[in-house]
Design a binder for this molecule. Sequence first.
Ligand code: NAD
Length: 312
Amino acid sequence: MNKIILIGNGDVGSSYSFSLVTQGLGYEVGIIDIDEKKVAGDVQDLQHGLAYIGPKSVYQATYKDCSNADIVVITAGSAQNPGETRLDLIKKNTLILKEIVYQVSKSGFNGIFLIATNPVDVLTHYVKKITGFPSNKVVGSGTSLDTARLRNALGDKLEVDPRDVQVYVLGEHGDTQFPVWSHANIGGLHLHEWIKIHPNLSIDDLDVIAADVKNAAYDIIDAKGSTHYGIAVSLARITRAILYDENAVLPVSVHLSGEYGFQEVCIGSTAVVNRGGVKEIIEFPLNNNEMTLMRHSINTIKEMQTEIIEHE
Ligand code: NAD
């Protein structure tokens, strides 16, 4: 029986559980949040859709329910409030995750942690560190959402199904992320070859698209307060890869052990994901410019880690 426990039933969490139900993922979906009243309401609401989808056990969970879960997904925590510094947010969410992970560990949980709370790369590393879990069993959503945004934007521009746009955003899920244009292809045709024969796309357009992708979260938050559908579907995609043992290649936050010349840091990188979590990190042979961006991104995350985690 595939069992998922979701911790954090806010905008992201509730959109994720809705994705699980509508996509038929996981037989058991247990939900935990300090706002127990909202969980009770959402559980009922989700159950009301099952008659048109298929049987599934959706319920209000406790930490004891984590003991035999396949995946614990953490979306609890705050987003950055006006006037709050990035550092304030990291401190706040680190404390929230510390308490949650303590409770999950106490249950005897031995499955895969999937983390979405921001700053996701720092917190994925933090969860790995405090649980002592092997790196394959702690996965962050990483640049999965940013990659989906990029594929969608490029697909729109090229009038091509975004699933046939093969390009990844790597690095921090944040301002130092970057697209790997050097390995981008459209249905197998290298992006640079595509540009040669399709005059409606230029190198300048690529820069604009990459900047829009990087700033998408700011625009959406400005418009409606949070981003949650895109990340919910990205989390569901990672969940599917784990539960169905897919060996899917996904851009997730993974713990580096020498890849790109770094270790002891989690960052968005392509990896093969299956029932065991991260089977293998795929290290792209980046060009010089991309390698500089990768180093900068890793160093930015490492600085955040040092500020909070190493000195707590
Ligand atoms: P939200 O405020 O709507 O929801 C957060 C939920 O966490 C609330 O329901 C709150 O009650 C719960 N919570 C807080 N402390 C808790 C605790 N100790 N135990 C259990 N539950 C607790 O926020 P949101 O919009 O759902 O965002 C959640 C997180 O996801 C944020 O950190 C946000 O930045 C992040 N996020 C990540 C990505 C990504 O790509 N990784 C994308 C969007 C949002």
